[in-house]
Design a protein around this ligand. Structure first.
Ligand code: XMP
Length: 518
């Protein structure tokens, strides 16, 4: 019998909370498949999705705002368990005839709840137990709708959790999904397993197995083209496809002259040498560097590279013959971004990658990773036997070193940056920081400063080091790299990289800065 990893599904309706993605993460970590959709998802689509439970997220609005987001109230007639979190709980209360009180003050931060009922949602807790939770709300519940009973209270929220067991509707005023609610996962798991009756079937081993099978069925005897960048997402995509359809997959790896040192050889050795894939190295570094000649504006650089990439890729794909599909390593956060509560976010930087290719080439897309978060992709990579070095690789932007050389891009400047980058990464690895930080890289600045080397005055380049911690690249903080590591990096760069006489450390967080400098 075919096991089905999508048998138990949870639907998360997003009312705009900054934590909604975290809810999804927690549910996935509990090995239950879930999807996030905008709060106003069509009822028909909800029925088609056929979830075992619905979670209503928090959100910044007050239920009394004229524009307060409202889900279709018929979701409450589907005989599906519902958990409302914060605003989601207030929505439930409001729709079912209870009263939400407009609060004078916001309650924000840690709070203690007293558990009154330790069945269902608080199964496994002690009655009258005090538990630490994270609150972040304005309004609170004044009167529960008919059929509900209070399950927990706190000093500022007499009804910190409530439930209607017969209809299987529950609400919590606090955020079980954040780390500041230490036992939040237990509460969510109670909802998933005890209340919705889910079973933990979403594992990356079963995902890989099922996806390989499904891809074979969808693709049949057609040809597929895949752009490999050497990053985790495109590598996992390619290996999944290769295991599924073998030689019907052709990969194209473009050397745009903007890669890190040794990258092109490494990719070829692994995929051609080890996996024996049909992979084509297209070395167009001359062309990219010619087109970038004299270009200094960051957006212009990105667009120039994007255009060149499209034309190179298209030409090579044509040469390879008739493909029906283009495989891409799109991940779930990219998908959510375009459907989320706030709608597509403003373009701050043009991420080119392979955006316009399918239309130009009249290809259909295959995106086997579009349901996965980054760490799930890494897990799939491990299941598929990809080397750990590759699976744990830090993100590297599509436009490559071009956005890390401020001002003009020349061969000489690329050489300087590559040398500095190698040293930084070596030291970060030696200090056991490579997998702990989100990204670590060097940036070459378009200024020169005065220095002294031996008895000589120097007038040379500045390298900036950027090391950041982040969960999803949406926000980031600069890493407090130990001084002795910084000292070693700086010494080695200044002593060994010709053309550099100063190293600085970037201490900006995102926002208001971004991770890359351009
Ligand atoms: P920023 O600089 O916007 O970067 O804070 C967020 C994350 O995205 C990566 N990045 C890119 N990735 N194509 C990509 O595939 C791009 O054009 C691109 N630009 C930035 C960046 O390295 C960071 O991880």
């Amino acid at each position: 019998m075919k096991e089905n990893i999508y048998e138990y599904k949870i639907l998360i309706l997003d009312f705009g909370s900054q934590y909604t993605q975290l809810i999804a993460r927690r549910v996935r970590d509990a090995q239950v498949y879930c999807e996030m959709h905008a709060f106003n998802l069509d009822l028909k689509k909800i029925k088609e999705f056929s979830p075992k439970g619905i979670i209503l997220s928090g959100g910044p609005a007050s239920i009394y705002d004229s524009e307060a987001p409202m889900a279709d109230k018929l979701i409450l007639d589907l005989d599906i368990p519902v958990l409302g979190i914060c605003y989601g709980m207030q929505y439930l209360t409001h729709i079912l005839g209870g009263v939400v009180a407009k609060a004078e003050d916001r309650e924000y931060g840690s709070a203690t709840i007293n558990i009154q009922d330790n069945r269902d949602l608080f199964h496994g807790f002690e009655r009258l137990d005090k538990e630490e939770v994270w609150m972040s709300h304005g309004d609170r519940i004044d009167r529960m709708p008919e059929g509900f009973a209070s399950l927990a209270d706190s000093k500022n929220s007499p009804i910190a959790a409530m439930g209607d067991k017969s209809r299987r509707f529950f609400g919590v005023q606090f955020h079980p999904e954040v780390a500041h609610t230490p036992k939040g996962t237990k509460i969510l798991k109670n909802f998933l397993f005890r209340i919705c009756g889910c079973e933990p079937s979403w594992t990356m081993a079963s995902f890989a197995k099922q996806t390989i099978r499904d891809l074979k069925e969808t693709i049949g005897d057609e040809q597929v083209i895949c752009g490999l960048s050497g990053g985790v997402d495109s590598s996992v995509t390619a290996v999944l496809l290769h295991k599924s359809i073998g030689d019907k997959l052709s990969c194209i790896f473009v050397n745009n002259g903007l890669l890190r040192r040794g990258e092109s050889q490494e990719v070829m050795e692994l995929f051609k040498g080890h996996y024996k894939m049909d992979i084509h190295l297209v070395d167009e570094s001359e062309l990219f560097l010619r087109k970038l000649d004299g270009v200094t504006d960051p957006e212009e650089k990105r667009k120039t590279i994007g255009r060149a990439f499209m034309s190179v890729f298209e030409k090579k794909a044509k040469e390879l013959g008739k493909a029906k599909y283009l495989a891409q390593g799109t991940l779930y956060p990219d998908v959510i971004e375009s459907v989320s509560f706030k709608g597509p976010s403003a373009t701050i930087k043009s991420h080119h990658n392979v955006g316009g290719l399918p239309e130009v080439m009249k290809l259909e897309l295959v995106e086997p990773l579009r349901e996965l978060f980054k760490d799930e992709v890494r897990q799939v990579g491990i299941e598929l036997g990809l080397p750990k070095d590759l699976v744990m690789r830090q993100p590297f932007p599509g436009p490559g070193l071009a956005v890390r050389i401020l001002g003009e891009i020349t061969r000489e400047r690329l050489k300087i940056l590559r040398s500095a980058d190698v040293i930084l990464l070596e030291e970060i690895r030696k200090a056991d920081l490579y997998e702990k930080v989100w990204q670590s890289f060097a940036v070459l600045l378009p200024v020169r400063t005065v220095g002294v080397m031996g008895d000589e005055r120097t007038y040379e380049n500045v390298i900036a080091l950027r090391v950041v911690d982040s969960l999803d690249a949406m926000t980031a903080d600069w890493t407090r790299v130990p001084y002795d590591v910084m000292a070693r990096v700086s010494n080695r760069i200044i002593n060994n990289v010709r053309g550099v006489n100063r190293v600085v450390y970037d201490i900006s967080s995102k926002p208001p800065s971004t991770i890359e400098w351009e």
